[in-house]
Design a protein around this ligand. Structure first.
Ligand code: NAD
Length: 500
């Protein structure tokens, strides 16, 4: 019997009633392993209604109650790391160690949420005028929703919901339809940790479910992570419906390698960051910019390392890189490599046509390395989201920074150098939200915040860290005066209140 991935509404599994389902595929075998229910407008409404009901009580729960549930959830998550990682590998395809890394980075945000009492501390100014005090507090918004991508089916939801619910909101998650099982396991663990019914809900589905969340009058805020065209749609539509929105989009992350860099370390970093998770990371390095005369040596060092990567099913401990998410995506990625030469690039490694013995129907592609890639080519301009690394050549640091800053994306970027002055200059001059200095994937820790610039993020807030708390709460400032009983009332005064 085919496994069915259903919704989670009001603290329990709710079977899909729309009659519409999507396939869930094991990318290593190409086999359909489950079907996922696609929510109708009515089913989304039921999830929002459950969240709204739960908010009436949850908003008044004490910080001690909330954090005690989150601490229990953290312990359960820790105990179930391996199981969740296996669910991710089975539907996403990434190798087990990578999936474990994803769970660990999600757990960091749960850690942050366990300390929400510190983050939510208000402010108090006493005696701002005679016997007048001012307090500033932050309160939850209500029902908030998260819409997440396929490439981190556990971590990206955990960038959102732990902070949202810790702040006193209730949450509706619409995970990717391509790998939906992890979301349900997280919901079960939250319930086991004692989270009241309706505080966390999951609706599975596609555009129908997303668009209903964007328009629903009872949804106060939308957090989105996914591709740039959809992020733009989410930001425009949800904003037009009066909601607070943070919409994180796609990327083309550059790594600038200066002539004085340790080229072995730079090549190791480029290969790890370009081909890890088969390039299906928004923080993957997809463009190396080689400055000056080091280009040939750097490309050779990258080629030597990249050729040795072991490609195979994610549940085989020997595999370093798994398959791509779908056959269609694999074919799209391959088309960039096939067209690269006619676009003016030199094809150093061509991964198209690669297959793994015994897994011939998997969504495989090998390693591709393109050199001297023109900025006019599609291979450079588009987010390929696969194991294809483009190398570009420039003569100077200034030319390199100008090239990076001309990209419409501004998610992450890195510089490799031994020159502290150049690195400092790069930090200040480069137009991207996250910068690495001799660190290729500068994903900030949970207590900082994550987010890009330009077409990589629409909205004002980065995700998690202090920005997360700010996004999921709104400010309230209370001015109070407690007159001394012996005081003579000041009488009527129609002038604008002045402090004295
Ligand atoms: P996607 O944009 O196709 O899908 C993301 C979510 O939006 C999914 O839940 C999907 O069901 C929904 N969706 C898809 N099409 C829609 C439509 N037309 N209308 C409404 N909703 C729609 O992204 P993906 O392929 O799942 O994920 C890969 C992308 O996500 C890459 O571009 C990657 O860079 C990006 N990403 C960005 C970050 C970041 O932090 N900036 C992190 C992870 C992934």
């Amino acid at each position: 019997m085919t496994k069915i991935v259903n919704h989670w509404i009001g603290g329990k599994t709710v079977e899909g009633a729309s009659g519409t389902y999507g396939p869930v595929t094991d990318p290593a075998t190409g086999e359909v392993t489950a079907k996922v229910a696609f929510a109708s407008v009515e089913e989304v409404d039921a999830a929002v209604a459950a969240a709204k009901d739960a908010f009436a009580t949850w908003r008044h729960s004490s910080l001690a109650q909330r954090t005690s549930i989150l601490f229990k959830f953290r312990a359960l998550l820790d105990a179930h790391r391996d199981e969740i990682a296996r669910l991710i590998t089975a539907e996403h395809g990434k190798v087990h160690s990578d999936a474990l890394g994803e769970v660990a980075r999600g757990l960091e945000i749960v850690d942050l949420a366990c300390g929400i009492n510190v983050q939510l501390k208000g402010e108090l100014s006493t005696q701002v005028a005679t016997r007048v005090d001012v307090a500033a507090i932050r309160q939850p918004l209500g029902v908030v929703a998260g819409i997440t991508p396929f490439n981190f089916p556990a971590m990206v939801p955990m960038w959102m919901f732990p902070i949202a619910i810790a702040c006193g909101n209730t949450f509706v998650l619409k995970p990717s339809e391509k790998d939906p099982s992890a979301s349900i396991r997280l919901a079960e663990l939250l319930a086991e940790a004692g989270l009241p019914d309706g505080v966390f809900n999951v609706v599975q589905g596609d555009k129908v479910a997303v668009d209903r969340l964007l328009e629903h009058p009872d949804v106060q805020a939308i957090s989105f992570v996914g591709s740039t065209p959809i992020a733009r749609h989410i930001h425009a539509t949800a904003s037009a419906h009066g909601k607070r929105v943070q919409a994180l989009g796609g990327a083309k992350n550059h790594m600038l390698v200066l002539p004085d860099a340790d080229l072995d370390a730079a090549a190791d970093a480029a290969v790890s960051a370009a081909y890890g998770s088969a390039g299906e990371r928004c923080m993957a390095i997809s463009a190396v910019v080689a400055v000056g005369s080091i280009g040939d040596e750097l490309v050779e060092k990258i080629r030597e390392r990249a050729e040795k990567i072991k490609i195979g099913p994610g549940d085989d401990p020997a595999s370093e890189m798994g398959p791509l998410i779908t056959k269609e995506h694999r074919d799209r990625v391959a088309s960039y490599v096939t067209n690269a030469a006619s676009e003016g690039a030199e094809v150093v490694l061509d991964g198209t046509g690669y297959t793994v013995e015994g897994y011939e129907n998997g969504h495989w592609i090998g390693i591709s390395l393109l050199d001297k890639v023109p900025t006019t080519s599609k291979a450079y301009q588009d987010e390929i989201f696969g194991p294809v690394l483009c190398v570009l050549r420039v003569d100077t640091y200034e030319e390199g920074v100008a090239l990076i800053n001309a990209s419409p994306f501004g998610n992450g970027t890195a510089i490799f150098t031994r020159d502290g002055g150049a690195a400092r200059r790069f930090q200040l001059e480069v137009e991207a939200g996250m910068v690495g200095v001799n660190v290729p994937i500068p994903v900030p820790v949970g207590y900082h915040s994550f987010g890009g610039w330009k077409d990589s993020l629409f909205g004002d807030h980065h995700i998690y860290g202090n920005d997360g708390t700010h996004f999921y709460t709104r400010g309230k400032v209370i001015t109070s005066r407690w007159p001394d009983p012996s005081e003579t009332p000041a009488g009527v005064d129609l002038g604008f209140p002045r402090n004295h």
